[in-house]
Design a protein around this ligand. Structure first.
Ligand code: FPP
Length: 244
């Protein structure tokens, strides 16, 4: 806490992570503590998301990924699921109004389950922002790391079956090109708030060498100052990638 104020200044002299992943956990507990329905927690979580996106752009993080809705989250009550999906819709419409901000948006996950209107909005935002260079924002919706790997494997198998691909040419690099994150560097720093120490099926391939940062702060309270702390912590880690 004592170093909070200095944190922003300190970031200037350190090597920033190229790709930060965020698991936005703790919205339900944030609402519960205040006697509010869970969807209020998600609404506050969406505000925290927007403020972290802006901050990352300001400090120059090239790639950021957010776990917004997992393939398992459909098990939640319908009104909670609807509230989260409405937040996506609203965010996509808002981003459209600020499309000139030079941020590329990519949705990770299987979009086929969403209604036509939402799916079209997602695809058109991806297309219209594809040449933007200030930052790439990846939002995982109906996303599961295992599901992503299975979808990639099916596509590879189909190409082998159709004689478009040799089995001997399948390697890690080729496999990565069949994932939703094609062309995006691996995650350097994975941040999970709210005290849970799990990856929960988020970017399991891409986090192979990620540094993990956990905090008890609940996602709606995760501010740019909290992010500074995570980045400073990350800057002190020695990354060996299996070497010595
Ligand atoms: C996990 O917290 C959070 C979610 C399943 C939803 C996260 C979605 C948002 C913050 C909205 C994002 C909006 C945009 C525009 C990307 P939890 O509900 O599991 O929290 P708990 O563990 O305290 O119950």
């Amino acid at each position: 806490m004592a170093n909070n104020k200095a944190a922003v200044k300190d970031l200037i002299s350190i090597e920033l992570p190229v790709h930060i992943g965020f698991i936005m956990d703790g919205n339900g507990r944030w609402a519960g503590k205040r006697g509010l329905p869970r969807k209020f927690g998600h609404r506050e979580g969406a505000k925290a998301f927007e403020s972290i996106v802006k901050y990352c752009k300001n400090i120059g993080i090239p790639y950021i990924s957010f776990y917004a809705f997992s393939t398992e989250n459909w098990k939640r009550p319908k009104d909670e699921v609807d509230a989260i999906i409405d937040l996506f819709r609203k965010y996509i419409d808002d981003v459209r109004k600020h499309i000139d901000e030079n941020v590329r948006v990519i949705f990770l996950g299987d979009k086929s389950v969403f209604d036509d209107e939402l799916r079209r909005k997602m695809i058109s935002l991806e297309n219209d922002s594809k040449d933007f260079t200030a930052m790439t924002l990846l939002i995982a919706v109906n996303y599961g790391g295992r599901d992503e790997i299975v979808r990639a494997t099916r596509n590879i198998a189909m190409q082998v079956k159709n004689n478009q691909l040799e089995v001997s040419s399948i390697n890690e690099e080729l496999f990565g090109n069949y994932l939703d994150t094609k062309g995006i560097p691996d995650v350097d720093l994975l941040i999970r708030p709210s005290g849970e120490l799990r990856l929960s099926n988020f970017l399991i391939w891409q986090c192979a060498y990620a540094e993990f940062y956990y905090t008890d702060v609940l996602w709606p309270d995760f501010s740019p100052k909290e992010l500074d702390k995570a980045i400073l912590d990350y800057s002190k880690r020695v990354r060996r990638f299996g070497g010595v």
